[in-house]
Design a protein around this ligand. Structure first.
Ligand code: AMP
Ligand code: ZN
Length: 728
């Protein structure tokens, strides 16, 4: 396939043509190694990497060169003052320039590796190529395009007719572009330095025909690109800030020296912005790969994030967006694991495989439209007609360009150490024999790996370091911060809603019971209402072990009514089971509840009912129609819970909220039925147990009064017209 790309010089999208058939030689302006590269620099290197991978994918041989500027890459005004970033950094850190450059060069390679950027064939250093630079400068002097004044050499811009063709900076615009540079030695302020005289005692200086000195900012790229790629090569890339003066001057130097253009195509990537301005060290808005890792974010999350913005569009960086990208990548990796470890469907649908890849390739060919290419892959991921094996194939093939290292994810199971696989098999076997305690115990023995149950008899292995840590630990301080899906259609059969606070062992027991009997088409929503960090961490780990569990965290106790409503906002199940952590499922309660709630006259069902004649004394009922359902375990159709307006958020404590909800449902003329405790067991209710008699009374009293006032005298009870007054 033929890549079409926006050529900065031609100012339009053109077919990328090459000097030699099926061979691309490309040069990318690399880092100045006096500080760590930031994500802005890396966005530019990613562009070069995606171009290279696309060209390879389209059947070309590619030779990539990226220079390392270890001296001399200086803004013109800095050159004019004879300063140098590397030297300045060395002085500041009490090191030699060579030590500084070596340190950051190693760090740069490590950063590129962590971002999955293919290493260039050559990383030439500027300091190793001073003779080549001098040779070009001599040619320019010989060609009458450069002049020497007192040990310095300048390029005579006005003598090179093509000057300005890349940037459009000619005439007045050019004068504007170079304003602020004050080098009295220049004949014309628009001229630029090719060689500067070394002041006495300068750390980095080389002998030259003009005396001891050092090179100007741009000459290294003319010298090193042509040395490694020839006097005519195909592609030159960089960030848009390189267009002027760096690349404009590079064109003048190379063309001026060789007498013909050197570069066939110029491609420039737009900037990465942070807080609305270009990410740059001087703006103090940078982020580095090390900083990402310190925050627990996989470096490849930035690669994924950068895929989402076309290279000619400014990209806005924020930590929030980066974290979202990390989660999206995690999601994609889980899909890849599922397709590779638990494939469904026949492998033989090659036409679909070819079709999806064709759509992907076409977007690449169209000015490297990676966001659109990724869009097709997302559609392929949910195509019901293609088999998982073929789907995996499409993604692994596409990933040769994307570079997200999905092949490593696909082989996690195959590459896992023998002990891990043995534990994994034992885990599956324990589950098969319903020895869940043992199964859960085995989970903890697989160091560095996670075992995630998918269905009753299947599980996934994943490398823990490739999973998003402590998934969705964003905390909320109000129910309204969770997405509101109340008007969205039902998306699954069951939502299990669990509100928890402290007592993580109870939650673990409750969750284990739920997951044991959870129907296929179900989600488990757990909201931690203000536990300490350690308990929330534990919940996050529990949730991360199972795809079906979604954890939400509140930074304070929301109150029982508000917390239940928070989960009701996100629940997408047709049926909702409200569960307390003191309850453990011991049988398939879901099937029984589903049967009971299939009757449209039934609004609420659960194991433990309550009956009353006066709203003051309540007797437990285990069977048949009743007045109320105990809130430890009660299920309703979502539409019924929404019909009564959800939970009354004035109930901060759980006591009597269940009665209020039950009676509100009865008020709408639905029946409430008790099913008995065959499939569920009640354990100690820790929160109740933890309170003094005084405290219990105080907290319950307010709720009782509220409930009593609301329903007293109303015809909501099964046994009669209403309650008697509070005085008797
Ligand atoms: P420098 O080390 O400043 O010469 O930059 C090295 C490369 O990173 C050049 O190609 C720049 O164009 C590019 N670059 C610098 N800052 C950004 C940014 N915020 N966004 C995108 N590319 C950048
Ligand atoms: Zn350059």
């Amino acid at each position: 396939m033929q890549l079409h790309i926006y050529d900065t010089l031609q100012r339009r999208v053109v077919p990328l043509t090459t000097e030699r058939p099926d061979e691309v030689r490309m040069y990318t302006c690399g880092p100045t190694v006096y500080r760590p590269v930031h994500l802005g620099n890396l966005r530019s290197y990613l562009l070069a990497d995606w171009l290279r991978r696309t060209l390879l994918y389209f059947g070309n041989a590619v030779t990539a060169v990226k220079n390392v500027t270890d001296v001399g890459h200086m803004r013109q005004d800095v050159v004019d003052r004879g300063e140098d970033k590397v030297i300045a950094a060395a002085l500041a850190e009490g090191k030699t320039p060579k030590e500084i450059a070596e340190f950051y060069e190693v760090a740069f390679h490590e950063d590129e590796r962590r971002l999955g950027i293919l290493p260039a064939a050559h990383f030439p250093r500027a300091t190793d190529h001073v003779p080549e630079m001098i040779a070009i400068i001599e040619k320019l002097v010989a060609n009458g395009l450069a002049y020497e004044i007192d040990g310095a050499v300048y390029f005579a811009v006005k003598r090179f007719p093509g000057y300005g063709k890349l940037s459009g900076n000619v005439g007045e615009a050019l004068k504007q572009g170079v304003r602020g540079e004050l080098d009295p030695a220049k004949r014309d302020p628009v001229d630029f330095a090719l060689w500067k005289k070394a002041e006495p005692g300068r750390a980095l200086a080389w002998p030259s025909p003009w005396g001891a000195g050092f090179p100007g900012w741009h000459i290294e790229c003319s010298a090193m690109s042509t040395k490694y790629l020839g006097e005519r090569f195909d592609l030159h890339t960089g960030g848009v800030d390189n267009i002027f003066p760096h690349h404009e001057d590079e064109i003048a130097q190379s063309e001026g020296a060789f007498g013909h253009p050197s570069v066939r195509h110029w491609v420039h990537g737009q900037h990465l912005l942070a807080d609305g301005v270009k990410m740059a060290k001087s703006a103090r808005n940078t982020m580095t790969v090390d900083e990402m890792i310190e925050l627990g974010i996989d470096p490849l999350a930035f690669r994924y994030q950068a895929l989402l913005t076309h290279y000619r569009t400014r990209m806005h960086f924020s930590l929030g967006a980066l974290r979202q990208a990390a989660e999206a990548l995690d999601h994609l990796r889980q899909r890849v694991r599922r397709w590779s470890q638990l494939p469904e469907g026949d492998a033989a649908n090659d036409t679909l495989r070819v079709g999806w890849l064709e759509l992907f390739r076409r977007e690449l060919a169209n000015d490297l439209n990676l966001p659109a290419a990724l869009g097709w892959l997302h559609r392929c991921a949910v195509d019901p007609d293609i088999s998982d094996a073929a789907r995996l194939d499409v993604f692994l093939e596409a990933d040769k360009v994307l570079g997200l290292d999905l092949a490593a994810v696909a082989s996690e199971h195959a590459m896992a150490p023998r002990e891990v696989l043995a534990s994994f098999e034992e885990h599956l076997a324990a589950r098969a024999t319903r020895d869940y305690q043992r199964a859960d115990g085995l989970r903890g023995t697989v160091d560095g790996y996670r075992v995630e149950d998918q269905t009753a008899d299947r599980a996934l292995v994943s490398r823990a370091d490739r999973r998003v840590a402590g998934r969705s630990r964003r905390t909320i301080s109000s129910a309204k911060e969770l997405p509101d899906h109340r008007n969205a259609p039902e998306a699954r059969l069951w939502s299990v809603a669990i509100v928890t606070r402290d007592y993580p062992a109870d939650l673990a027991r409750c969750l284990a019971g739920v997951l044991r009997f959870l129907p296929r088409d179900a989600e488990v929503l757990v909201l931690d209402s203000g536990s300490g960090a350690e308990v929330q961490e534990r919940l996050a780990r529990l949730a991360a072990q199972d795809d079906r569990v979604h954890a939400f965290f509140a930074d304070r106790e929301l109150g029982e009514g508000a917390a239940r409503n928070a989960l009701l906002r996100v629940a997408r199940g047709r049926l909702v089971l409200e569960l307390d952590c003191s309850v453990e499922l011991t049988g398939d309660l879901f099937a029984r509840l589903e049967r009971a709630l299939a009757d449209p006259a039934v609004g609420l069902a659960g194991p433990w009912g309550l009956r009353t004649t006066d709203l003051k004394h309540f007797d437990e009922v285990m069977d048949g129609e009743t007045d109320a359902m105990q809130g430890y375990c009660a299920a309703a159709r979502r539409e019924v819970l929404l019909e009564i307006g959800g939970f009354d958020e004035r109930y901060r404590f759980y006591r009597n909220l269940d009665i209020a909800v039950s009676l509100a449902i009865r008020e709408k003329k639905y029946r409430v039925v008790a099913l008995g405790a065959e499939c569920a067991r009640r354990h100690e209710h820790r929160i109740w147990e933890s309170l003094s008699d005084d405290e219990r009374l105080k907290r319950s009293r307010r709720n009782f009064d509220r409930m009593y006032k609301r329903f007293h005298g109303r015809a909501v009870l099964v046994g009669g017209p209403g309650a008697r007054g509070p005085s008797d």
